[in-house]
Design a protein around this ligand. Structure first.
Ligand SMILES: [Zn+2]
Length: 369
């Protein structure tokens, strides 16, 4: 039944589940590639699906401005529009709006369109209506995401305003079968995270996102806030850590009981010539790869690693950087899928601690240059 979340296996707080969406069941933990403007840049939706991803995230902010929610509705909704055969999720638009320095008050947000400069009003109710028209399987409530560091009073005020907006979003008219997720805020203040989690859980949503993290704080502070949120959210509902793609953070958040992730990082890094590999990040443009006939990542089974060499990718860095971005995006997505698959196996075999050790050996923050 749509909205049901079945947990089949656990290793302490880490869990494997099946979330039933309107479009069918999806396995968690899961990672959602980001299709900002209804497309994952340089990667067709069927390639994303063929790598094993089951949910694609699109940005309401961009889609509401172009092509407009009505146009997507006319064409049968988001999944049909971009041709992704599985699950879909739209964010509320809040994060983009805030990062572009919008003005907001109790009623909602007012911002200028990046496309034509016109003023646009976004209220909690309008965010629900826009996502109803776009028609993804999961819709997010509008929230206020605070850029850190910020004064305590600002984080507190934005967190309580987010809870009032969440209650309004819950009352707004929904699309049948579309799941609605609330968003926990609170910055890195643990007492505020706890009260936000309790407030949002008290309203009652199909799932709970943890927002406003990985925005400039330390990885320890991120994980402490995630732990605090998780322990105050209902265990029987899915939890989603927004905007986090770092392998270290994903693995440790899974260990804390997070079920869903999204991030632009695999494809953004790919377009900048950076590959995520089993031995860490690798810049393929480096002259040392020019005559390297080996696979990009020996441990990876993606089409890029199976079919072309580091030397070929190094050649593309000079001859056709856009194509290189496409190749590396495919590989980096495959890397992210493989990380999630390994986490699932570790939960099933109750070996999360060993899995975390192997991740830490490559991705621990202390190893970063
Ligand atoms: Zn690969």
């Amino acid at each position: 039944m749509t909205g049901e979340f079945e947990i089949s296996s656990q290793d302490d707080a880490a869990r494997i589940g099946l979330l039933h969406l309107r479009s069918g069941p999806v396995k968690t933990p899961l990672f959602m590639p980001v299709a900002t403007r209804a497309t994952v840049r340089l990667v067709p939706s069927w390639t994303v699906a063929s790598l094993g991803f089951e949910v694609l995230l699109s940005n309401t902010y961009h889609l509401m401005l172009r092509p407009g929610p009505e146009r997507i509705a006319e064409q049968g909704g988001l999944a049909k529009f971009h041709g992704f055969p599985k699950g879909t999720l739209t964010d509320s638009g809040g994060f983009q709006v805030m990062s572009l320095g919008a003005r907001f008050n109790e009623a909602g947000v007012r911002f200028r369109s990046v496309y034509d400069g016109r003023w646009v009003d976004l209220t909690p109710e309008a965010a629900v209506e826009t996502q109803r028209l776009i028609g993804a399987d999961i819709a997010m409530v509008l929230d206020v995401c605070t850029q850190l560091p910020a004064p305590d009073a600002v984080v507190a005020a934005n967190t309580t305003l987010s809870a009032r907006w969440a209650a309004r979003a819950k009352r707004a008219k929904h699309l049948d079968g579309q799941l609605q997720f609330g968003i926990v805020q609170g910055g890195v203040d643990l007492a505020l995270r706890r009260s936000s989690a309790l407030d949002i859980a008290g309203i009652g949503f199909d799932g709970y996102a943890i927002g406003g993290l990985a925005v400039g704080e330390s990885t320890d502070a991120t994980l402490d806030a995630v732990a605090e949120a998780c322990s105050n959210l209902p265990p029987e509902r899915p939890r989603y850590l927004m905007g986090v793609g770092d392998p270290y953070l994903i693995s440790h958040a899974v260990d804390l009981g997070v079920d869903m992730f999204d991030c632009v990082s695999p494809t953004r890094l790919g377009r900048h010539g950076v590959a995520l590999t089993s031995v860490g990040k690798l810049k393929i443009r480096s002259p040392r790869f020019a005559s390297d006939g080996g696979a990009l990542d020996e441990q990876c089974t993606c089409p890029v690693c199976r079919q072309v060499s580091r030397g070929f990718l190094n050649h593309l860095a000079h001859a056709d950087p856009v194509s290189l971005g496409s190749y590396l995006s495919v590989h980096n997505l495959a890397f992210q899928m493989s990380l999630i698959t390994q986490a699932r196996s570790a939960i099933e075999s109750k070996t999360m601690k060993n899995f975390l050790k192997s991740v830490d050996a490559v991705w621990a923050p202390s190893l970063r240059s």
